[in-house]
Design a protein around this ligand. Structure first.
Ligand code: NAD
Ligand code: MG
Length: 390
């Protein structure tokens, strides 16, 4: 029986993971499930899957969780340390699907016990790629990508030599505003940004898709995950979201990964790896599909992509600063403190200010330094948002 833990079980990726596990429940033992504010869902799933422990990230919700699990024999816990403790419980496979840099420490904790880490939390790789890879090496753990583009690249690379790779192309749907005139973007609302044309995902990643910050994070994630140089990695807009990524080799061959936009493919691939098992995803009818189209990923329209290049060139803690500034700017957009186009302005300004202070970007990539850079970037972003409002 495979022992499973899901960090971020109540979210979109977490629920898709439980959907797959629930189809063959006898094959799995659920160790820990974690969530945030959605206590009903967390408790319901913990009971349904007979988890050993359920953890909410919010200490204030501990009494609710404890009450919801009363009499079930399932342990309740709360707070960031409890998340990392849950991730350290012996398990064979841990899904890292918390949103944001909050997923970093629990993911590292899972690597520390040697588990296979299915990584949806791209922020871990963006903030601390070398730290994640070193932790996996040190503890004999494996990291498998779950982000659809990175799962696609990983699959295209099976049996291939990385030195033969000429380029990696990851696709972007273009998000909610891909067909909007540039002039109207300034007035885009959070509600408008939170509707995705193809994928059904959490609110934050959906808005990041509209601003292209999701793709910016994924360019950096590609560099960190596969150890490729930035000049080999590109993004292209592909409105149908059927091709997830392509790997170009030095003989000119381009291997594409094609499938319907359903995260259960990438999750299932990571769950069964190295086997390929049947998955409940739609099979594509190419004739019905008719055609697939592509457009340039314009860095003027989507400044996040330009910033990602700058972050990859800077290295060090630039990824952590970039991600945290984006997380804080997104909060500002959701609170209507700043407009949609100001998300990128805030992130760029934070990068400029933090980079100007010697020792911040080029400090060693340790968990402490990453969390300090994350904190500093949020403070700077807050100041800039305040100025923009004022
Ligand atoms: P979501 O918002 O639907 O769920 C997030 C989960 O994290 C929830 O369980 C929530 O309770 C928990 N959480 C939120 N804040 C937390 C905190 N501070 N501490 C601990 N837990 C917290 O998000 P999602 O769409 O499932 O995305 C999860 C991760 O997977 C993100 O990193 C996202 O970029 C990545 N991802 C998602 C998709 C997708 O289809 N949804 C695709 C590719 C990658
Ligand atoms: Mg993706």
């Amino acid at each position: 029986m495979k022992r499973i833990t899901i960090l971020g079980a109540t979210g979109s990726i977490g629920q898709n993971t439980l959907d797959l596990i629930g189809r063959d429940a006898d094959a799995y033992k659920v160790v820990a499930l974690t969530g945030g504010q959605n206590i009903d869902q967390l408790a319901r799933d913990a009971i349904r899957f007979r988890a050993d422990i359920a953890v909410t990230a919010d200490p204030a919700r501990y009494p609710d969780l404890k009450a919801a699990l009363a009499g079930t024999g399932i342990k309740a816990a709360a707070g960031p340390e409890a998340l990392s403790d849950a991730a350290a419980r012996p398990a064979d496979w841990v899904m890292s699907s918390i949103v944001g840099s909050a997923g970093l420490a629990p993911g590292l904790s899972a690597l520390g016990q040697g588990a296979t880490l299915a990584l949806a939390n791209k922020e871990s790789m963006v903030c601390a790629g070398p730290l994640m890879l070193a932790a996996a090496r040190a503890h004999g753990a494996t990291i498998l990508p779950v982000d659809s583009e990175h799962s696609a690249v990983f699959q295209a690379l099976i049996g291939e030599d990385l030195s033969a790779v000429e380029r990696v192309i990851i696709t972007a749907s273009g998000g909610a505003f891909r067909d909007w005139p540039l002039a109207e973007l300034a007035n885009a609302t959070p509600e408008q940004a939170a509707t995705h044309p193809n994928w059904d995902m959490g609110q934050r990643i959906t808005i990041d898709s509209a601003s292209m910050f999701n793709k910016a994070l994924e360019l950096i994630e590609t560099k960190e995950f596969f150890g490729l140089s930035a000049d080999k990695i590109e993004a292209v807009v592909h409105p149908e979201s059927m091709i997830h990524a392509l790997v170009g080799f030095r003989d000119g061959a381009l291997m594409a990964h094609v499938g319907p936009p359903d995260m259960r493919h990438a999750i299932g691939f990571a769950l069964h790896y190295p086997d390929r098992r049947a998955l409940p995803v739609e099979r594509l009818d190419l004739v019905a599909l008719g055609q697939l189209t592509f457009r340039p990923a314009c860095e003027t329209r989507w400044p996040a992509l330009r910033l990602a290049r700058e972050v990859m060139a800077a290295g060090g803690l630039a990824g952590a600063v970039f991600n945290a500034a984006k997380e804080r700017a997104l909060d500002g957009f959701l609170a209507r403190d700043i407009g949609f186009l100001q998300i990128a302005e805030v992130v760029e300004e934070v990068l400029t200010r933090v980079s100007a202070q010697p020792g911040h970007i080029d400090a060693a990539i340790t968990l402490d330094n990453v969390m300090q850079a994350d904190h500093l970037a949020r403070v700077r972003a807050e100041e800039i948002i305040h100025q923009k409002r004022g």
